[in-house]
Ligand binder design. Structure first.
Ligand code: ZN
Length: 374
């Protein structure tokens, strides 16, 4: 297996198509100025819509908008923009799945405190959490666990945020997806019909009779019996000023919201993400996130040789069973699976379906397919 001379795309990927210089198609496209993502006109349109939306809601209720916070840099950065530049009265919302590290929660409390945002937490009961993750760990897509479980988890978190805002009469939900996390029809606003279509990726999980109706009622389930329209859900970082990740972290540190030693993505990863990376690496022979890292390398935001060495070391540690073995064992135990069972499910992974879009992994092949602005 060979690797692109500029990024980390390998010859096994469909986007490899190496030229005589050993560059992949994505790097050639980047060189020639053909880049996925939003056009400047589209970004300008979104920014204008955001300003108008904010003007229309500011100060009309006890709380203007609900912002999803995760303890990571992007949601903290979004919250600081909303407070500082848009003067919104916010409530922070956090879903505690039981698998996030204590580190994230400490970050979250600190950021909310510094920004003066009251925090409301939805803690998933252990039994629900176990059922949810076990269901999707045993039904991964052929593209891997990271691409399956992270996506459905994000859908469930969005659904919980919409449900929470609706009950509280809050008209707007804001989520801090970075510009890397856009594509297809996931850009700036998540339309109810797009959300509903993505929801089908959840299969029949929600019809499990073991989920108590009261708990199910805390989620906004599309096409559910309640019929009330959900609040608007916007992803403002797709159109607002988002400098490089390094600058975002530096700004949070300067403002005393998160010291940069606490905002490294690897530190705020949940235990399940670590387990998925381990299992995907064993299954595919290489760590996930290769496309995302490659795009950062192309844009000069990450070092190719450092990531190349890190990926090699990580693959090697996984094969030798030296990659956080205690955490891997404990996390598997909590979702009621053995490593062998999880790997067998991965080998039987199903092909992606229409509702299951690759939203939460950056993929530069994805263009904004729907006509925006609407
Ligand atoms: Zn490349």
């Amino acid at each position: 297996m060979s690797t692109c001379k500029k990024c980390l795309v390998t010859s096994s990927r469909p986007e490899a198509d190496f030229d005589s210089r050993g560059l992949c198609r994505l790097c050639r496209d980047y060189e020639s100025g053909k880049r996925g993502g939003a056009s400047p006109e589209l970004v300008a349109w979104g920014r204008k819509d955001f300003s108008a939306t904010v003007e229309g809601i500011r100060g009309k209720r006890a709380c203007d908008a609900l912002v999803c916070l995760s303890g990571g840099k992007d949601s903290a950065y979004l919250a600081s923009l909303l407070r500082g530049e848009y003067d919104l009265k916010l409530v922070g919302f956090y879903v505690d799945t039981g698998f996030q590290p204590a580190f994230s929660r400490a970050n979250l409390d600190r950021a909310a405190d510094r920004l003066g945002i009251p925090l409301e937490v939805f803690s998933w009961p252990d039994d629900f959490s176990r059922r949810f993750y076990r269901y999707f760990f045993t039904r991964p897509l052929a593209s891997g666990l990271t691409g399956t479980v992270c996506r459905v988890c994000q859908l469930a978190i969005i659904s919980a945020a919409l449900g929470h805002a609706r009950r509280r009469g809050i008209p707007l939900v804001l989520i801090g997806y970075s510009p890397y996390q856009s594509g297809g029809d996931w850009f700036y606003e998540l339309k109810p019909e797009v959300f509903a279509s993505a929801w089908r990726a959840m299969g029949d999980f929600w019809s499990d009779p073991a989920i108590p109706p009261g708990l199910r009622g805390r989620f906004c389930i599309p096409e559910g019996p309640d019929g009330e329209p959900p609040p608007r859900l916007l992803m403002p970082l797709h159109v607002l000023n988002y400098p490089s990740e390094r600058e975002v972290r530096a700004r949070l540190a300067r403002e005393g919201i998160l010291p940069s030693s606490r905002s490294l993505p690897r530190k705020t990863k949940c235990d399940l993400v670590r387990l998925m990376a381990y299992l995907d690496t064993l299954h595919f022979g290489a760590p996930p996130h290769r496309l995302l890292v490659s795009e950062k390398i192309r844009r000069g935001e990450a070092s190719r040789w450092k990531y190349r060495a890190a990926f090699r070391a990580f693959s090697w540690l996984c094969r030798l069973g030296l990659c956080q073995p205690a955490l891997v064992r404990a996390t598997l135990r909590r979702i009621g699976l053995t490593g062998e069972e999880a790997l067998r499910c991965l080998r039987e992974g199903r092909e992606s379906d229409e509702g299951y879009r690759d939203v939460f992994r950056m993929d530069p092949r994805r263009e904004l397919t729907r006509a925006f602005p609407p």
